[in-house]
Design a protein around this ligand. Structure first.
Ligand code: SF4
Length: 469
């Protein structure tokens, strides 16, 4: 068995078509689900958790889409409300949605909660207090539950932090992005270095267990020196984890909408900043800074994200743009506010769109998630009760013929690097490929070689590599 040139060409074509959303199992190619169907999925997943047939880690994600301003680089599903009345309306809607599910989860405990956005710190203290009480009254949580809250340096203050600590928040994630006053002006983010340092020290004084800071490289007007100075400040302060990402001018960011250009020179500078970030953190902490979710200190990582990625845990998402995963039943999401044509009236939730899952689909998702880092066969067996190399014998044989996989005892190591985007397609289920081809198949030209196009689009796949997909 071999990967024919035709098949490889099809995988290149699909890699190009899925470029904006190359994340198995590709919800967009799915179907709409009713509330009853979603409840049915969860009933089965909860039973599997209780019967020890599904991972027992269970996350709760709550999306608060509001912000005081739209930052110019922002690609999140966030939105400046007309008035605070809209926020109250949205919170009422979230409570209603939680009400649909609380009974279904009465016999299991959530092991993580993530308040993301937007800016959850946009909520007024009194509303946040009420909302958190409502959540704690609706579900059960494990004693070691990681409670993550995203906040901005502008919104957070001593009173707000006291409130969050009282409610058990134990991982604060502060969206800083940059502390350079010129960059802050350019990106329209009203914050100061002094305020950030003040709230950070206050969090430390109160003994906040984990503090994560987000930074962005390649922002408008940012120099390598200013970015590096921000990274060093975080390390000097003793931040538990710095999550840095490179700016990418996606079409729906205000940056792109204003017709601004991100030149090749900007790209080069951004990449240099990210390299500097990797080097500084490695030298100072030994951490692999670019591996998403890796904390500098044990336990600092976002457990909800790592549980989902490394163990296929289940996740109940509440609110616009929230994503959910009911193990072996479905992956689904709510619509994004930014994708809705009209401003929402906040009476439409819940709306669900997604794809059905099965044990085999869970295994594919696991391999997809761990294609770059590799994984342990023992872990795979403990999650799915089967040996990965037996279930995917054909696929492993194929990759091994190409020299793309190395099985050393318990460890499966893939040698695919950035071209995992192409080789991951080998594992796709027939149904998933069929659904994607139903949408894109008409533009596929058998006689066209998609390698050149892919090379232009994803130069990193082909850079200094020979004989690859
Ligand atoms: S970057 Fe954060 S604070 Fe700024 S608009 Fe986006 S979600 Fe809101």
């Amino acid at each position: 068995m071999e990967l024919t040139a035709e098949r490889l060409n099809l995988y290149r074509f699909l890699t190009l078509k899925l470029a904006d959303d190359d994340l198995y199992p590709h919800y967009r190619y799915g179907e709409n689900f009713t509330l009853d169907e979603i409840k049915f999925f969860w009933r089965r997943t909860v039973k599997m958790i209780l019967d020890k047939k599904a991972p027992k880690k269970l996350g709760l994600y709550i999306h608060i889409p509001f912000c005081h301003q739209k930052c110019n680089y922002c690609m999140c599903d966030s939105y400046v409300p007309f008035s605070y009345g809209q926020v109250s309306e949205y919170l009422a809607l979230l409570k209603k949605e939680i009400g649909y599910f609380s009974d279904l989860f009465k016999d299991v405990s959530f092991t993580s909660i993530y308040f993301g956005g937007g800016s959850p710190s946009f909520l007024r203290p009194v509303d946040l207090d009420n909302f958190l009480r409502f959540i704690y009254g609706s579900f059960s949580f494990s004693h070691d539950c990681q409670v993550i809250f995203e906040g901005t340096p502008t919104d957070l203050n001593e009173e707000y932090i006291d409130l969050l600590m009282r409610h058990g928040v134990n991982r604060f994630t502060i969206g800083v992005q940059s502390l350079d006053s010129k960059v802050i002006r350019n990106i329209k983010r009203p914050q100061t270095r002094e305020k950030f340092v003040r709230i950070f020290k206050y969090l430390r004084k109160l003994g906040a267990p984990w503090i994560n800071v987000d930074l962005i490289a390649g922002l408008e007007g940012q120099t390598k020196e200013s970015f590096v100075s921000d990274v060093k400040l975080m390390l000097d302060l003793g931040v538990d984890m710095v999550h840095a990402s490179g700016f990418s001018p996606l079409p729906h960011t205000p940056f792109s909408r204003q017709g601004k250009k991100f030149t090749l020179e900007n790209e080069r500078l951004r990449d240099e900043m990210m390299e500097a970030f990797e080097e500084i953190t490695k030298n100072n902490t030994g951490a692999n800074a670019l591996e998403d979710g890796a904390g500098y200190k044990d336990g600092a990582e976002n457990l909800q994200e790592t549980d989902l990625r490394k163990e296929n845990s289940s996740l109940l998402g509440i609110g616009y743009s929230a994503q959910s995963h009911a193990f072996a039943q479905a992956w689904y999401e709510h619509p994004c506010l930014t994708h809705l044509k009209k401003r929402p009236t906040y009476n439409k939730l819940p709306l669900f769109r997604g794809v059905r899952s099965s044990l085999k689909e869970e295994m594919i998702k696991f391999i997809y998630n761990n294609l770059q880092s590799g994984f342990s066969r023992r872990l795979f067996r403990s999650l799915f009760g089967m040996d990965a190399t037996k279930v995917f014998k054909r696929e492993f044989l194929l990759l091994s013929k190409l020299g793309k996989v190395n099985i050393k005892g318990d460890r499966i190591i893939f040698q695919v690097g950035p071209e995992h985007l192409i080789y991951s397609k080998i594992f796709y289920s027939k149904k998933r490929l069929r659904d994607i081809l139903k949408i894109h198949g008409h533009s596929y030209r058998e006689n066209k070689d998609y390698r050149k196009e892919l090379e232009r689009f994803y130069p990193e796949i082909y850079l200094s590599r020979e004989n690859i997909g």
